[in-house]
Each structure stands twice: as C-alpha cells, then as structure tokens.
Design a protein around this ligand. Structure first.
Ligand code: CMC
Length: 436
C-alpha cells in the first residue's frame, strides 16, 4: 500500500485547485511524465491546456537516447555503456567513434574498414583553400571552421537526402575524416603557412599533427606521447549527451537539413565561452591572472561575481568532472615531453583554493573538462584560437551519433518549443507622423 492507502501504480495524480479536478498521468521509465499529458489540464474546454515552463531546458528530456550516459551526482560518464576511464585507457578515438556511431565496439575487421574509409576521405576540395583565403589574416579559426563546414554542403548536395541511411553514413565518414584537415588548414591560414596535405599512412591524430606542424624545411615527426595524449583528449570530448551544441545539432537535424549545415550550427553553439569556448577562455583567464600570488585576489573577484572562474562548474556534474581527472593525468604525461606549462601553477592554486571556499562548495563548483585541457594544447604548440576547434573535431562524432539516432527515432518531429507570450496585446498601427 502507498502512504495514502491506495495500491501503488505508475501514475501521478495532479489536482487542479482552480477547478478541484484530479488528473491521472502515466509515469514513464524513471520519474518522467510526458509534458503532453499536462495538456488535458484545463479550466475551460476551449483552453489550450497546461504546459511546463522550463527556460534553458534544465528539467526537460527531449529524447530517449542510447548514446551517452551521464550521472552528474556520481561523476559517471559512459559511452554506449563503457566507462570513459576504460575507453581513455584502452581505446583509440576512431574506435570510440565507431562505438558511438554504431552502438557496439568494432571487430578488428570492422575497425580496419572504418579507419581505411576515414583515411580515404581526409582530402578536401581545393576550393576550400580558396574559401579560407577570403578571411582576414587574423580570422579566428573557429569562425573559419563554422563557415568551411557549412560550405561542404555545397560540395556534397546529395547530403540533403537525409532519409537514406547509406547517404547518411557517407557524410558521417566524410565529416569525421575532413574535420582535422580543415582545422589544420584554418590553423595554417592563421599562421600564414602553406597547407600540408593529409598523408594516408599516418594515424588520425598523427596525420592531424603532421598537417599542423610540419614545416617545409624539415620533416615533422609527431611525438608518440603527444599523439596518444591528443587521442585521449579526443576520446574524452567525443560526446556528452544533450548539451547546448548537441541540442542545436538535433534541432537543426529535426528540420531535415543536411548534416554539414547541422554540424556548422552545432559548432557555432560550441564556440561560446560557456560551452566549448571555455578552454580558450580559461587560458586567457590564467594569462590575465599572471602569477600564483594573484590567485587569492582573483578568487575574491569571483566570489563577488565580478569574474567567472572559467573551466569550473557544470550544469550536470555536481562533483569532479571525470574527464577533468583524466585530463589532469594526461597533462603530467605531456609535460614530461614538452616544457611544463608555467600556467599550471596558477591553475593548481586556483583549484586548491576554490575547492576549499564555501562559495564553490555550496554551489558544487568543480573543475570541468575545459580547465586543464588548454594548458596541454598550449604546451603542444596549438595557438589559443585552436582550442575550441580541438573540442569540435571529436565532438563531431557525438553530434553525428545523436543526429543518426534522431533520424531513426519515430517519436521525433521538428523541434518547436512553446513560449509564454508576455508582450503587448493587440493595438492599432499609428502612422509615423502621428507618433509622440
Ligand atoms: N564561476 C563562478 N561562479 C559560478 C561558475 C563559475 N565558473 N559557474 C557557476 N557559478 C555560480 C553561478 O553564478 C550561480 O551562483 P548563484 O546561485 O549565486 O546565482 C551558481 O553557481 C549556479 O550557476 P549557474 O550559472 O546557474 O549554472 P548553469 O548550470 O546555468 O551553468 C555553466 C553551467 C557551465 C555554464 C557555468 O558553470 C559556467 O559558466 N562555467 C564557466 C564556463 C565553463 O567552464 N564552461 C564549460 C562547461 S564544461 C564543457 C562543456 O560541456 O561545454
């Protein structure tokens, strides 16, 4: 028996005190009700019916998903059921990409086939180079990337056929393959260096590093420790369920736009400093702080809301972000090869002081994935403008996995939230000469 003496059942009874009427709605899996079930709650038959107000979707599930599981209270992150720690330790980015996109870990033959497909599609049309030439010399690499990715839809017009699974897969392979090439081109454009074409015998990350850092004078040999570190960072960034950019990807995908346009939109959402632009913002913040002696003063500014501690806090994680713990370990490995990034001392001090301050404890603010990643990227030689791009390359896999899931989901329709209109009621147009 339940507390009210009735047989327990998976429904929720809602009493509308305006009318005294009771409504019973089904509880789905977990503690979830369908918002549409609220619609039957009305005072008058002609009313629209009850709806939920949820700015920023803080308590609204927009989909069922089998891709990524996050438990923000326990610090758990799993891709298709596999703990992120195991994947970061034992897998590779392309194997994780296959897992996210297909739902299962590949066999050896499947992985070989996927890697070979991706490798064969790394080249981009020469006109993409012309496109990049049109940007100002100091153009931000993320701005160039958003434009270049959306431009790809003009090179592959068949991508519009989003209802054909084979066409979809072809674009998925192209996007996974071409993102590093376009990112490297954008970076070299920023630095005023000639483009380096992809080389098929190199691994995904090694090829990327080669396209970025090889100079004309001498061959560049990617360091295996740095190559592996980048691969681990790519694994950690590959997906994170229904975040801002993924929600954008799904919203654009729900109108059946081609995936290049949708990924460009998702990248634009990622660019913001509250999301994937945070890694760049962290670096700029650490540079502004300058020395560990300035850390306590900066923390005071954060507590009085004059500053925001970039790389801290998360909508979902209320404990240490599991990705940040892995990144911290990876940083140690990278700094053994490169010079230790002097900004690390400032970051470690910020973390130590912040984690002992009531302001951060009460709000459950811990380092997130962006807090330490920028210092690794900087030590590896990436310009700061590349940091959000380094987030976008692996996240493309997550966006595409979620897009594929969306298009296969019969419950999904064009995304179209409601509003509560609080503007002016109807009023008559006043000719301009008669306005006060
Ligand atoms: N520094 C100082 N105060 C903060 C911070 C921060 N980084 N993050 C949250 N707070 C405070 C916020 O001011 C609020 O305080 P109060 O209750 O007094 O008004 C409280 O904590 C709750 O914060 P919120 O802004 O309501 O939380 P949110 O869930 O809307 O925002 C967030 C999440 C990630 C946007 C935010 O924590 C933030 O701006 N962090 C810094 C930017 C950042 O590192 N972003 C990367 C996120 S992880 C990578 C990714 O997935 O994109």
């Amino acid at each position: 028996m339940g507390d009210n003496g009735t047989e327990p059942r998976d429904t929720l009874t809602i009493r509308d005190n305006r009318t005294g009427r009771d409504y019973e709605v089904d509880i789905l899996e977990g503690d979830v009700i369908r918002s549409m079930d609220l619609r039957k709650i009305k005072v008058e038959d002609s009313d629209f019916g009850m709806m939920a107000y949820d700015p920023a979707f803080t308590n609204t599930a927009s989909t069922h998903s089998t891709v990524t599981y996050v438990d923000g209270g326990k610090g758990i992150l799993r891709y298709r059921g596999y703990p992120i720690e195991q994947l970061a330790d034992q897998s590779s980015h392309l194997e994780v990409a296959y897992l996210l996109l297909k739902g299962e870990l590949p066999t050896e033959a499947e992985l070989e086939g996927f890697v070979s497909d991706v490798t064969l599609h790394t080249c981009v049309h020469e006109n993409v180079e012309d496109l990049l030439e049109g940007f100002p010399d100091d153009a931000h690499t993320m701005g160039m990337m958003v434009s270049a990715v959306s431009a790809l839809s003009t090179f592959y017009p068949e991508a519009k056929n989003v209802h054909d699974p084979a066409v979809r897969w072809q674009q998925i392979v192209r996007l996974v393959a071409k993102m590093p090439t376009m990112a490297a081109y954008a970076c070299r454009r920023l630095r005023g260096l000639p483009y380096v074409y992809p080389e098929n015998e190199l691994s995904y990350t090694s090829n990327f590093l080669n396209m970025l850092f090889r100079t004309e004078a001498k061959d560049y040999e990617p360091n295996p420790v740095l190559e592996r570190a980048l691969d681990v960072l790519f694994i950690l960034h590959a997906d994170h369920e229904q975040n801002c950019s993924t929600t954008t990807m799904r919203a654009i995908g729900s109108s059946h736009a081609d995936p290049y346009s949708a990924v460009a939109g998702a990248m634009a959402a990622l660019y913001g400093p509250l999301h994937g632009g945070a890694n760049e913002a962290v670096l700029r913040m650490l540079e502004r702080i300058g020395t560990p002696e300035n850390v306590p003063g900066f923390i005071e500014l954060v507590k009085t809301k004059k500053e925001r501690l970039m790389g801290f806090g998360h909508r979902v994680y209320k404990v240490y972000d599991p990705r940040a713990s892995i990144i911290k370990r990876t940083a140690d490995e990278v700094f053994e090869v490169t010079k230790r990034n002097p900004l690390l001392d400032i970051a470690l001090d910020l973390e130590r002081i912040a984690l002992n301050e009531d302001y951060f404890i009460e709000r459950n603010l811990y380092p997130n994935v962006d807090f330490y990643s920028g210092m690794i990227y900087q030590a590896m030689g990436f310009p700061v403008e590349m940091f959000p791009v380094l987030f976008a390359i692996p996240r493309t896999v997550g966006w595409l996995s979620q897009w594929e899931e969306l298009l296969r989901d019969p419950e999904q329709r064009i995304a179209r939230p409601r509003q509560i209109f609080v503007g002016e009621d109807e009023r008559d147009y006043i000719p301009i000469g008669e306005r006060g």
